[in-house]
Write a protein that binds this ligand. Structure first.
Ligand SMILES: NC(=O)c1ccc[n+]([C@@H]2O[C@H](COP(=O)([O-])OP(=O)(O)OC[C@H]3O[C@@H](n4cnc5c(N)ncnc54)[C@H](O)[C@@H]3O)[C@@H](O)[C@H]2O)c1
Length: 421
């Protein structure tokens, strides 16, 4: 393909060099006169292992050229890739000036008689809604009714890490491609031909959000590792040994387990031990801000779940909760987030019934019994048998531990707190 790349910073230059290496004809467009002059003179304006060699190779075999403005070349291209910066604005949001500007430039340059639409691929990090709310209107305004014939808009986040950018380009952890309605794109398939990585086609917003989720998760991991590290050091424990043991567990720790958006955490261990670690860390002055925020975050999630399940359902409605214990196949009610949800539903005026195949209220003993009855004094009256749960018609059925599919429940609305949609 013939590809124009707008913005020759870390992302744009790496993409340009790697695409030229793959056999595409690449034209880099960069507003900085100094960068263009340096590249034209055979230099490399950034330090990135292997990049300079690839750029020199691209220039030598005429697969890479650079210019300061797109001029007439856009209509000779199959694809334009946008890699301009999206720096922080004063309020923390991304500054979209360069994205808007470059979009207008590309849209204005598209001629009326293109044989195929130009695939315009955004690789800069942009907030969810940008392609639909900012980029599409710019193209529509400029193209005046020719939008769907003239362009295919794509969002394709970049996952490279500086210092290993070339290797990451050819071996990415995944490829995420946002298109209108998540439809596949022929040109994007051509772009990634020969690269072995899982490909996810999604609608725009999911693809735009992915990048934020990844970067925030990396930040959470660093902050968590350092909080545990400094608590270890303050306790005279080897941070390195603790880390080695922690990351060796790829079943529960470094794994998708405990990572699904759904129920709040609860049960007899997590809240209790998080609280205790907070105490230990505070005692040695380790200031574990992230760990200290976990219980508050969990409480926020419990409030969200109440809003989520009762959306459009007025107080007074008949609600069935399928599951009260903290997870399926357990009768442990201690600090169960589902007990909290049941209490919140009752306090809000819903007429609540509960079915839980693992629970027999008369068999609850000890702390389990205490917690359940403190939170739900009328616990016995809430329970219904499976027969009753299946005979009645409910206004709302809440799948709180992932068992609703195994039951034949009639309800005007069914909603899961176990797994968010
Ligand atoms: N650097 C990374 O490791 C990395 C990784 C993944 C994603 N990203 C994202 O990719 C985007 C680019 O990052 P970067 O680090 O390459 O930025 P950068 O600032 O190094 O490069 C951006 C380039 O775009 C040029 N530019 C601005 N407007 C232009 C226009 N209208 N036409 C042509 N060129 C124009 C600038 O002069 C600059 O050289 C950002 O949104 C960033 O968040 C960066």
């Amino acid at each position: 393909m013939q590809i124009a790349i707008f913005g020759l910073g870390y992302v744009g230059l790496t993409a340009a060099a790697c695409l030229a290496k793959t056999g595409h004809k690449v034209i880099g467009i960069e507003v900085s006169e100094a960068k263009v002059a340096e590249l034209k003179a055979g230099g490399c304006p950034i330090s990135e292992p292997g990049l300079h060699e690839l750029l020199r190779e691209g220039i030598a075999n005429e697969r890479f050229d650079v210019m300061q403005s797109a001029g007439g070349i856009i209509n000779e291209c199959d694809m334009a890739i946008v890699c301009v910066g999206t720096p922080s604005g004063p309020d923390g949001s991304h500054n979209m000036t360069y994205i808007s500007e470059v979009s207008r430039q590309i849209a204005a340059a598209i001629s009326t008689n293109r044989p195929h639409p130009l695939t315009v691929v955004y690789r800069s990090t942009i907030r969810p809604g940008t392609i639909e709310g900012l980029v599409t209107p710019i193209f529509k305004a400029e193209l005046n009714g020719r939008f769907s014939d003239a362009v295919e808009l794509v969002y394709n986040p970049e996952f490279l890490r500086e210092a290993t950018a070339i290797a990451d380009y050819f071996m990415p952890p995944k490829i995420v491609i946002g298109t209108a309605n998540g439809e596949p794109s022929r040109n994007m398939d051509l772009l990634y031909e020969g690269i072995d990585a899982p490909i996810f086609y999604t609608p725009y917003r999911e693809s735009e959000f992915t990048k934020f989720v990844d970067n925030t998760w990396h930040a959470v991991k660093v902050a968590f590792a350092n909080e545990i590290g400094r608590t270890s050091v303050k306790l005279g424990i080897s941070a390195r040994k603790v880390h080695e043991i922690f990351v060796s567990d790829t079943k529960l720790n470094i794994s998708p387990y405990y990572m699904r958006p759904g129920g709040a955490f609860g049960g007899s261990c997590l809240p209790k031990d998080v609280r205790a670690l907070q105490y230990i860390a505070a005692d040695v002055g380790a200031h574990t801000v992230l760990v200290d925020s976990l219980l508050r975050s969990n409480d926020s999630h419990k409030h969200f779940l109440l809003e989520h399940v009762t959306q459009g359902i007025a107080p007074g409605a008949r609600v069935l909760m399928a599951g009260l214990s903290f997870k399926a196949n357990s009768d442990d009610l201690r600090e169960s987030a589902n007990v909290d949800l049941a209490r919140k539903l009752l306090e809000a005026g819903y007429r609540l019934s509960v079915y839980d195949p693992s629970l027999v209220p008369s068999k609850l003993i000890g702390a389990n019994l205490g917690y359940a009855y403190t939170q739900l004094p009328a616990l016995n009256q809430l329970f219904v048998t499976r027969d009753v749960a299946e005979e009645e018609t409910w206004d709302l059925a809440v799948d709180s531990i992932g068992i609703l599919d195994t039951l034949n429940i009639k309800a005007d609305r069914k909603v899961s707190t176990n797994a968010l949609p």
